[in-house]
Design a protein around this ligand. Structure first.
Ligand code: FAD
Ligand code: NAP
Length: 532
């Protein structure tokens, strides 16, 4: 295009979203620069190298569908691929589609400012880049801004400490060490059983117990793989039209209408199958507290049956929020790990952390001496990575100010006042409630079609209208509040970050329904957007 640093598009992030976006934009013949903070591709799977990290959506589903050659030639080794294999896959994709040449690694975008007169974005990085682009596409990830809580004395700890989302590339050998881990979310639940096998002692600091399903991970059954590959097109179609981006056996019945023993059988069947999809056992598990109680009680019994010490079992048992309203975890031997002699649980609700000391962690009743400390404390989800950058739209409007009371988007894809800016799997889209790769591909395809259409109509700008945004935000809230989700202090609600507005951020209307809405918007000539 025009000047030296004038591009058609800048893409921020080189995870699943950024890579596929680059591939599609190249297909349109556009000039694109991708900036990525890490020194390699992979996003989540580049950063989260903690022991036990693996997907909780099955490998045959958790993979790109855009290239039939790719999905036919790639072979997963396990039902749930581990992080090294997923990272290998993403690297394979980057090589296969020759993506690296347009990615600048180890480069963090610090600001993106819209120039009203030129109708272009100026993007700047921490390495001194300054480029101008017509379109700015944020593929910065929903779970990429790791949070280390600001606990008093943190900087005084004498040993090494780690965050699961920034794990050292060479791995960490905890053999013979006393290890403390703070947090019991998905990352902790995956890593605790493995760290426990290495460490001489493991102390788990738990603020909120979680509901966790067994993964029943195993080598991928070659017959299953062949069956899926033979019908991959249909398999993917069903995933795209499903509620959560992969097909689970879903009942339309009420849990309350089922007889207790029938319900028990249904729950047991799903427990034995393992993985996500438990809450699809009945139609009202996520909308009726009473229905949810039946499922939660099933889990509580399981925990009591696995964990031998009744006090530890009680502490591990969630009681004050509905099942599924914090992300359901998927584990291998999590609860059973608490039967080991070298593992202890500290219930922070009874004895909160007062400080981190040079020796370890001090609660209101004791000091726990550890050699290493692991923060499995999660992320500033959905908005964190976006708001870390100084993003300014028309008239210098800062995204931080616009979203001061919580994120506001149209379709989770666009923001009024920020022309030609797109957010892949942004707040207000199904994103984190779904198989993310399905949601990523849908957004990328939609954006690609939109840019093609703008070009066909010889338009330079697309911007969500304030009215369409307002209506979408209201709809997202209304649908969210028809469920039990807002009852949990979850990261979906922003509750894990002190001071963050409490808004149910993702769209829970379902992946298939949402896709249809996005397609209707496009088919009607981008209704809710202004094209200029
Ligand atoms: P990311 O993979 O997060 O990539 C975003 C990239 O943007 C990062 O590499 C980051 O460095 C870069 N970036 C951010 N800000 C900037 C900036 N300012 N400048 C330059 N670069 C920047 N989802 C599922 O559907 N199934 C799963 O099983 C699953 N498992 C998960 C396990 C873990 C441990 C975690 C943390 C998440 C998991 N997720 C899962 C969600 C996962 O994040 C998505 O599936 C998917 O990988 C997201 O891809 P992405 O490209 O959108 O974002
Ligand atoms: P998370 O679910 O937010 O869990 C963070 C944990 O740290 C919670 O137990 C939290 O307690 C605790 N914590 C946070 N701040 C604390 C503090 N100041 N003091 C004590 N405890 C504190 O984060 P995550 O485990 O990294 O997972 C985030 C998301 O990533 C998941 O929900 C999932 O979507 C995805 N993920 C998926 C997998 C997978 O299985 N494929 C694995 C890892 C992650 P509270 O609950 O009380 O806030």
């Amino acid at each position: 295009m025009s000047g030296e640093n004038d591009l058609d598009a800048v893409v921020v992030g080189a995870g699943f979203a950024g890579l596929y976006m680059l591939h599609r934009l190249r297909g349109l013949g556009l000039s694109v620069q991708v900036f990525e903070a890490g020194d390699g591709v992979g996003g989540t799977w580049y950063w989260n190298r903690y022991p036990g990290a693996r997907c909780d959506v099955e490998s045959m589903d958790y993979s790109y569908s855009f290239s039939d050659e790719l999905q036919q030639e790639w072979t997963w080794t396990e039902r749930y691929a581990a992080q090294p294999e997923i990272l290998k896959y993403i690297n394979h994709v980057a090589d296969r589609f020759d993506l690296r040449r347009d990615i600048k690694f180890s480069t963090r975008v610090t600001s993106a400012v819209f120039d009203d007169a030129r109708r272009r974005w100026t993007v700047q990085t921490d390495r001194g880049d300054r480029v101008s682009a017509r379109f700015c596409i944020m593929a910065t990830g929903c779970l990429s801004d790791a949070q280390v809580p600001d606990i008093k004395g943190r900087e005084t700890f004498a040993g090494p400490w780690y965050h699961t989302g920034h794990w050292p590339h060479g791995g960490v050998d905890f053999t013979g060490q006393r290890v403390g881990i703070i947090g019991t979310g998905s990352s902790a639940i995956q890593s605790i059983p493995i760290i426990a096998r290495q460490a001489s002692q493991l102390v788990v600091f738990q603020r909120t117990p979680n509901y966790s399903m067994p993964a029943h991970n195993a080598a991928l059954d070659p017959e299953y793989e062949q069956r899926v590959k033979a019908g991959y097109a249909e398999f993917r179609r069903q995933a795209r039209e499903s509620r959560i981006g992969f097909v689970v056996e879903r009942s339309g019945d009420s849990a309350l209408a089922a007889a207790p023993d029938e319900r028990e059988r249904e729950y047991e069947k799903r427990w034995r199958r393992g993985g996500l999809g438990f809450s699809a056992a009945y139609a009202d598990i996520l909308t009726s507290q009473e229905a949810n109680d039946t499922a939660a009680e099933f889990f509580r019994k399981k925990i009591r049956a696995i964990v031998r010490d009744p006090d530890v079992a009680a502490a591990l048992t969630p009681t004050d929020y509905p099942l599924g309203t914090k992300r359901l975890c998927v584990d291998t031997d999590y609860y059973a790990t608490f039967n080991r002699d070298n593992v202890s649980l500290v219930d922070l609700r009874k004895t909160p952390i007062e400080a981190i000391t040079p020796r370890g962690v001090r609660t209101t009743v004791a000091e726990y001496a550890v050699d290493s400390l692991v923060f499995a404390t999660g992320f500033d989800a959905m908005t964190g990575a976006l708001l870390k950058m100084d993003i300014r739209g028309r008239g210098g409007l800062a995204l931080r100010d616009k979203w001061a009371a919580g994120p506001r988007t149209y379709l989770g894809l666009a923001v009024a006042g920020f022309p030609n800016l797109f957010t892949i799997t942004g707040p207000g889209s199904p994103s984190v409630l779904s198989n993310m790769i399905v949601s990523i591909e849908q957004h990328v395809d939609w954006i690609t079609d939109c840019l093609r259409e703008l070009r066909a109509q010889d338009r330079q700008c697309i911007e969500a209208t304030a009215e369409a945004e307002e209506a979408w935000v209201t709809h997202v809230n209304d649908v969210g509040h028809m469920t039990l989700y807002p009852r949990a202090k979850s990261w979906y609600m922003g509750a894990n970050v002190p001071g963050k507005p409490r808004i149910f951020m993702p769209y829970i209307g379902g992946v298939g329904v949402y896709r249809q809405k996005c397609d209707e918007v496009a088919a009607a000539g981008y209704v809710g957007f202004t094209l200029s």
